[in-house]
Design a protein around this ligand. Structure first.
Ligand SMILES: N[C@@H](CCC(=O)N[C@@H](CS)C(=O)NCC(=O)O)C(=O)O
Length: 266
């Protein structure tokens, strides 16, 4: 039995759900509301001391880290492969998953916070001391930086760089897709699975103008192909609570003109 501890708003969990569905592996979910702090219960900390989702439990054994979980699934269940068989093509796919883990994920946290989550934190937590003292898996330094995101939104230090980094990755995707239908060659692969939650997050934040209307046509076509897959909705959209979907869309819409200015999108 494959069990996944996950949450609707988590891009990393969405990546693993997408891989599970593409590999047609049956799984059982344990839904943790990470926005309500359910990742900090003593029971969950025993299986994932980092207090993060996703976590996979397979036959009583634990695997953490979304990319590592996908690699594990591929090795244990080689049917319906999502990693390219050709070693060089597989290396290209892994460059994408590495970029997601190292660059895009931190950029995604930042944009999601400054555009949307900050409003909920300001309403529910209110002040820095309470934010700092709330259960967290982050260092004091990281908490302080996050509080700047919460307090100052798009004007917080370093935010513009992170948004530009996100945009750079969309451009890199557009270049890669000039020569092939999918990110790592002619076959759909883990590279597409890994990038999808991050493009979808921008879409949910009402920011598809970052690639649409001719700006990055290959990304637009790619995302349309991704959305047409029968696995897309049930992995990416159906798990997201309706109020969160609404907050992301509305808050994103309000921030768009400022982001468009940063990216010089007319
Ligand atoms: N590198 C980890 C990152 C996991 C991660 O950042 N998870 C977020 C959701 S996408 C989380 O659980 N956050 C909970 C929190 O910040 O308290 C992975 O790829 O699994």
């Amino acid at each position: 039995m494959l069990e996944l501890f996950h949450h609707g708003s988590s891009v990393c969990a969405a990546k693993v759900r997408f891989a599970l569905e593409e590999k047609q592996l049956p799984w059982q979910g344990h839904y943790l509301d990470i926005l309500a702090g359910e990742q900090f219960t003593p029971e969950y900390l025993k299986i994932n001391p980092r207090a993060m989702v996703p976590t996979l439990r397979h036959g009583g054994r634990i695997v953490i880290e979304s990319t590592v979980i996908c690699e594990y699934l591929e090795q244990v269940f080689p049917q319906n492969p999502v990693y390219p068989a050709d070693p060089w093509t597989c290396a290209q796919a892994r460059i994408w998953t590495k970029a997601v883990d190292e660059d895009l994920h931190p950029a995604c946290s930042a944009i999601t916070y400054v555009v949307s989550h900050r409003h909920a934190v300001l309403k529910n937590v209110g002040k820095f001391e309470d934010f700092l003292n709330a259960p967290s898996n982050e260092s004091v330094e990281t908490r302080k930086r996050k509080w700047q995101w919460i307090e100052h939104g798009l004007a917080a230090p370093g935010i513009e760089d992170r948004i530009k980094l996100y945009d750079r990755y969309l451009h890199l995707m557009n270049s890669a897709l000039q020569n092939s239908r999918w990110l790592a060659g002619s076959e759909f692969s883990i590279a597409d699975i890994a990038l999808t939650p991050y493009v979808n997050r921008l879409d949910m934040l009402s920011m598809s103008a970052m690639w649409s209307e001719g700006r990055l046509p290959k990304v637009e076509e790619w995302f349309a192909r991704i959305r047409a897959r029968p696995t897309f909705s049930k992995s990416l959209l159906d798990w997201i609570p309706a109020p969160l979907t609404r907050d992301l869309a509305e808050n994103g819409r309000k921030s768009w003109s400022e982001i468009a200015k940063m990216l010089q999108i007319a």
